[in-house]
Design a protein around this ligand. Structure first.
Ligand SMILES: NC(=O)c1ccc[n+]([C@@H]2O[C@H](COP(=O)([O-])OP(=O)(O)OC[C@H]3O[C@@H](n4cnc5c(N)ncnc54)[C@H](O)[C@@H]3O)[C@@H](O)[C@H]2O)c1
Length: 280
């Protein structure tokens, strides 16, 4: 595809998928900054396919922005504010979501935080906190949706990991990488145990994606250059010559959430422009 034919951030390709009436719970549907995060683009994509979207984030203003984008397009969404690593918040968030839209059909576990550093730079407090937000939250949310999915014989759970779970990404990012590996293995285990119950579980593995939050990441990776040069250098690492967009990841999520992926469970869909297949 040439550059002119490439889908832009605001005008993504139309997907031949249908999520009409499905209740999708997106945990981490706001954005670290202005623009399109993965959770925001995914939420908008689900709504465009007819889903009722539970827009969940600890950042109320950012979540409201996602909801407003959906409502402005005539979609269906509601904001729910809370911390998905806190037990009481999770119980409340799902109770509110059920009261608003009914049982959850699709759980999209999108939250992810990290802190640059290896074993000597990572405190046990930071390690525990990153684990709580990235992994423990997945257990809490899964416990909320699974009983009803099993009872109804259908459901799709998808989690966002990272290529950092598979490879060293060029700088020490230990706690993030380890917890993202745990996310992928949690999903593999879940998928096997519930494959016969009609519940599918899959992981989306983004590569270098151009979201608002990478402003801080690229600054750390290429600290001797300005931000724009750093973004260009980051894009050059990718065989396709560009960072991914939040839409690239959202499209993979929408596919796995939908019935089009009805025979797919326990897999990892890597969305990385080819970078993990590279030697240098
Ligand atoms: N951007 C990339 O290059 C990239 C690459 C690989 C994987 N990922 C993963 O994709 C996901 C989304 O990335 P993004 O770049 O769009 O990030 P982002 O930081 O913009 O979005 C994450 C959202 O989650 C929310 N959140 C964080 N902790 C929360 C908590 N405890 N409770 C409720 N909400 C919480 C944040 O407020 C934010 O709105 C993350 O899991 C990230 O690790 C991103």
């Amino acid at each position: 595809m040439n550059a002119a034919a490439m889908p832009t951030r605001d005008n993504p390709v139309a997907l031949p998928l249908d999520l009409t009436g499905r209740v999708v719970f997106v945990a981490g549907a706001g954005s670290a900054g202005p623009g399109w995060s993965i959770g925001r683009a995914s939420s908008v994509t689900y709504a465009r396919l007819g889903a009722h979207v539970c827009v969940v984030d600890r950042d109320a203003a950012s979540a409201e922005e996602t909801t407003a984008l959906i409502l402005a397009e005539g979609g269906i969404a509601h904001t729910f504010v809370g911390d998905v690593s806190v037990d009481a918040d999770v119980v409340r968030l799902f109770a509110e979501a059920r009261a608003c839209f009914g049982e959850v059909d699709v759980l999209h576990h999108n939250v992810g935080i990290g802190k640059v550093g290896g074993p000597l730079e990572t405190s046990t407090e930071d390690f525990d906190h990153i684990h709580a937000v990235n992994v423990r939250s997945l257990l809490l949310a899964t416990q909320q949706v699974l009983p009803s999915m099993v009872a109804r014989g259908s459901g799709s759970i998808l989690a966002i990991s990272s290529i950092a779970a598979m490879r060293y990404v060029g700088y020490p990012h230990l706690a993030y990488s380890v917890t993202k590996a745990a996310v992928a293995h949690f999903i593999r285990m879940l998928a096997q145990q519930y494959a016969g119950s009609g519940v599918r579980a899959n992981t989306v593995v983004p590569g270098l994606i151009d979201t608002p939050r990478i402003v801080t990441t690229v600054a750390k990776m290429f600290s001797d250059t300005n931000l724009e040069d750093a973004r260009v250098a980051r894009a050059r690492q990718v065989p396709m010559g560009r960072m991914g967009t939040a839409w690239d990841v959202a499209h993979a999520c929408a596919f796995l959430a939908s019935d089009a992926a009805g025979y797919i469970t326990g897999t990892e869909l890597v969305v990385d422009g080819g970078i993990t297949g590279k030697f240098v």
